[in-house]
Write a protein that binds this ligand. Sequence first.
Ligand SMILES: Cc1ncc(COP(=O)(O)O)c(C=O)c1O
Length: 390
Amino acid sequence: MSINGFNSRAVHAGELYIPGIGNVTTPVFEDSTYRYPNSDKNPIIDETSNKTFLYSRWGNPTVQSFENKYKSLDKMEHGIAFSSGMGAISAAILSIMKSGEKMLAINVLYGQTYYFFTKTLKSYGISVDLISVDDMNALNINKKDYKLIYLESIPNPLMDVLDLKKIGKYCKDNNIILAVDATFASPYNQNPVDFGADIVIHSGTKYIGGHSDILIGVVGCGDNYYNNIVDMRKTIGAVPDAFQAYLAYRGLKTLGLRMERHNLNGQKIAEFLSSSNKIEEIFYPGLKTGKYYEIAKNNLKGFGGMISFKLKGGMEESHNLIKNLKIPMPAVSLGGVESLITIPAETTHSEMSEEERKKSGITDNLIRLSVGIEDYDDILDDLKNALDKI
Ligand SMILES: Cc1ncc(COP(=O)(O)O)c(C=O)c1O
């Protein structure tokens, strides 16, 4: 059987078939503990310890199935699942960075990651320098003593695109660890390991789960980081529950199909919005007129379903648009089958000061749309109708 293609791996990799049962999907093992010693002659092994399963904060068979399916899709040696994307980010970074060491990151980051880097890590004596996406892409990096560079490959909410090809080479040449949060791209549109990333992170809450019904995170890494990240997970205890892992594993089976549709819908809707006279500016990696289009073509296999745009007007027009929409629901988060829409200044970026927001281009007329997998004609009609009303 050939299971080389993305969708074949999505369906078949990592499955846990149990002789004597004949199951065709991985069962949900809601066990906290396991018989130990286990005298079975042919036991299934907990890969975190290379022994039989002992306790679910160390390893769980359903969680392991999710990890193995994920690692196959993102071409990583290992996958390590967490109870949320933030669990994944904090455990990965804390297992690598030590007090007195320095890392570099882009200055537009998911809010809680920004907090973790600038407040939590600082209090542990780890320094994080921040530079703009454009400086990172141009490799305007002054110091040479960074241990790690941290990126979001498509940062929120302006959909810039990081040149992983270029930054990955810089990291290899300078012996710097490259960690990439590729949540917005998903393992279908980008495998950061292709560009030399050492650590890959996903908030599986988004495209991987795909149905806005779980919180989960995952880290992809090689042998050299695996044991330390597993030890950190055991210590901080941010393991996913088996049922969450099951839903994420089930989500992965349709990731390729869903992403094809997100990519198609994203492109159609971005093109429509860019031709509307009610729109001032649009941000989508797949628009030929976009600032990051050439970088996006070299770094992404598809441009995804995340679009931001600035309406002509301010907060009143933003509220009016959202009020008049029938399909996209007003909510944060992203990557689900249903379209969601939000005003970042009021939600995801409300904790920034107005001045900081202004500097980062997060104005009151900026709207972020997570395009779902509905029929794009319906979303287009809905948007046309709502735009006509403002
Ligand atoms: C890019 C990115 N990384 C990480 C996270 C954190 O993920 P979680 O909410 O699963 O902890 C988010 C959440 O929105 C995100 O957008």
